[in-house]
Each structure stands twice: as C-alpha cells, then as structure tokens.
Write a protein that binds this ligand. Structure first.
Ligand SMILES: Nc1ncnc2c1ncn2[C@@H]1O[C@H](COP(=O)(O)OP(=O)(O)O)[C@@H](O)[C@H]1O
Ligand code: SF4
Ligand SMILES: [Mg+2]
Length: 331
C-alpha cells in the first residue's frame, strides 16, 4: 500500500428539493491509497452512499474533484469531468457493490445471464467459449457452485445473491470498488462469509475498497483507515486502531461509546447524544455537531472547524481536538 491513488478535493453534492438545497456531501477532501480499505462510517442519512456514488460517478457532483491515478504516466484523471469516451474506459476500473443485491438484480435473468450481462454490455468477448470460461471462473471466484448457474435470484438466499452482485462488479477486472453496506442486509453468519470473501479477493487482486457502513463495529474489522461522516462532512479520519484508541472528535467518541464494552479493549464512559441530527437542508453554518456536543463553546457556533492533521495521519474537524485527546486519556 503506497501513494495516493484517489484524491478527493472539496467534493460537494447538493440535491435541489422543495424545501431548498439539501447538502448531502458538503466539501469533503481526503485521499485513498492503492490497495487499502477505507471505511466510511456514520449514521443513516449522513451522506455515505451519495459520496460513494460520486466517487465512481454514478452521481454527478455539484462541485469539487475526484482524481483517479492514471495507469500509465504519473497523472490523474478527474472522474467528475471525464468525457463520455473517457468514462467508458473508467467504468471498467471503478465498480460498486450494493447493500441489497435483490433490488438491483433483474429477477428475470438467471445467475449465468446476470454475470454475463456486464461482459456483453461492454463487448468484452467475441468468442462464446471464452466468455463461458470467464463466467465459470467468476462464479468460482465468488464461491457460487456451477449447479446454480440456471437459478434465479428469488431461488437463492441473501448471501448467494450478494455473491452474484460481487461477481458482476468483478467481471470487468476493476481496481477500485465501493462496497455500500455490502453485508447490512445479511444474517450475521452470512455476513462473516461475505466479509471473508471480500478480504480474500482483495488479497488476491489488490483491489482498493471504500467500505461503507453505518456500523462502526463492522468497518473496524475490515478497514485500514476509517473516515467518520456527520451531516455531509468528514469529521475524523485515521488509521483504524488509532481511531478506536484515541478518538479526537466528540462525535466519534459518542459513536464509540455506544459499542458494547466487551467488544473493545479500551475503557470508555457511555456518552448519550442528545438532540437530533440537524436537517441537511439548512445545515448549521459553523460546527455541524455543535447542537449535540457537550464541549461546544461560542467559537464552535461561529467558526467552522477545518479537518486538520492533529496527530500524524490522524485528522479531525474540531476546535478542541487536542483537548479531547486529553479527555480520552483521562477518562
Ligand atoms: N436523489 C436524492 N434526492 C434528494 N435527496 C437525496 C437523494 N439521495 C439522497 N438524498 C439525501 O441526501 C442525504 C444523504 O443520503 P445518503 O447518501 O443516502 O446517506 P447514507 O448513505 O449515509 O444513509 C439524506 O438526507 C438523503 O435524504
Ligand atoms: S468544534 Fe466545538 S462543537 Fe464542534 S465538535 Fe468540536 S468542541 Fe464540539
Ligand atoms: Mg446509504
């Protein structure tokens, strides 16, 4: 794992709604390293899926850049501004796996046809036998038995359906995959199988992942680094162990305190978050967490805190991040 593979700069995605502009993703900047898994965590509605979709241009961004490193030369291509011709090539390099594969798998297609679809749409094989070999190999890679090739999605359990979704996303040999809550809809024992599969695939093919989840315990097991989102912004970003041992943002501290202590090896007081998440339509102008933060002072309501590197490689967007570090260690 080295260097920056994707650089996200001041990315914004606003939706026009009847009540005004909804700030789903609001000025986020970060980088993703080649071969790493970046966990993206935060409560439902904080903008994780929107950000994930903007990264691979399933959604057009409102402003900002998503720079993807070129395979040749040292340059970057801004995926948010790529032409249709450039996008056709980039589509092969970036993929997504959704939470609920059932809703995005055409129920009238068999397993075989579903996995063949991206190969056919992109005109990858002219030779039928070659395509047959590729489909068999993809089924084998994701652990789908050959006998299932004529089955339909409704005949399969959630785990197998997710394996189809993964096979489809791997069909074009991508480099970067956004995993949007890939196990949230699955039974706990199947979750572990799919997480293991994703992990094995990454080891074998050196994929770069963004792993989205509302559940910090899940991202903890799969991520190299974790970004915490709150109301459209990244409030903390750190190597995963350090995020758990030394959370610098009061929101991360509250999220962590909600994980049962038995699951953590650190002592922690339970922080009850009061108040609701503010509306993304008129988000607070300064610190978006101020209305719920037990450390909030006047400056928090007047000046937005920038995401700053507080410890090496450990970023937080809080005026009192350094003081919070003391609070954690004195708790
Ligand atoms: N197409 C859309 N039109 C309007 N608002 C949207 C749309 N998609 C998402 N949103 C809003 O953007 C915010 C972020 O949503 P989302 O990215 O789905 O969050 P998450 O994945 O973290 O649950 C939410 O307030 C959601 O209601
Ligand atoms: S900037 Fe202020 S309100 Fe915002 S998280 Fe930090 S201490 Fe709390
Ligand atoms: Mg989502």
């Amino acid at each position: 794992m080295s260097g920056s593979y994707i650089r996200v700069e001041n990315l914004k995605k606003y939706f026009a709604t009847k009540r005004g502009m909804l700030h789903a993703v609001d000025d986020v900047s970060f980088e993703i390293k080649k071969g790493e898994t970046l966990g993206l965590v935060g409560e439902s509605g904080c903008g994780k899926s929107t950000l994930g979709r903007c990264l691979i241009r399933l959604l057009d961004s409102t402003a900002g850049k998503v720079l993807l490193k070129d395979n040749e030369g040292g340059g970057y291509t801004d995926i948010t501004k790529a032409s249709p011709r450039e996008m056709k090539e980039l589509r092969k390099r970036v993929q997504i796996v959704f939470q609920d594969p059932y809703s995005c798998l055409n129920p009238r297609l068999s397993v075989w046809e579903l996995i063949a679809e991206p190969l056919i749409v992109n005109g990858i094989y002219s030779d039928k036998n070659e395509m047959r070999r590729r489909i068999r190999s993809l089924m084998d890679t994701v652990g789908l038995a050959e006998r299932l090739e004529n089955s339909y999605p409704h005949e399969l359990d959630g785990g197998r359906r997710q394996r189809i979704g993964i096979a489809r996303s791997l069909a074009l040999n991508p480099e970067f995959i956004v995993l949007d809550e890939p196990v949230s809809a699955l039974d706990v024992c199947i979750q572990a199988q799919i997480l293991n599969l994703l992990n094995d695939l990454q080891k074998e093919f050196a994929y770069t992942y963004v792993f989205i989840s509302h559940n910090l315990s899940v991202v903890r097991h799969v991520s190299d680094r974790i970004a915490v989102m709150y109301l459209g912004q990244i409030v903390e970003l750190s190597e995963y162990r350090e995020l758990f041992s030394t959370p610098l943002h009061p929101y991360t501290q509250a999220l962590l305190s909600a994980i049962p202590l038995a699951k953590l090896d650190v002592k922690r007081e339970r922080i009850i978050l009061e108040g609701d998440v503010p509306s993304p339509i008129e988000p607070p102008e300064a610190c978006r967490f101020a209305g719920r933060c037990r450390y909030a002072k006047d400056i928090c309501r007047n000046t937005p805190p920038a995401l700053k590197e507080i410890l090496p490689g450990h970023f937080a967007a809080c005026h009192y991040a350094k003081e919070n570090m003391q609070n954690v260690h004195n708790a």
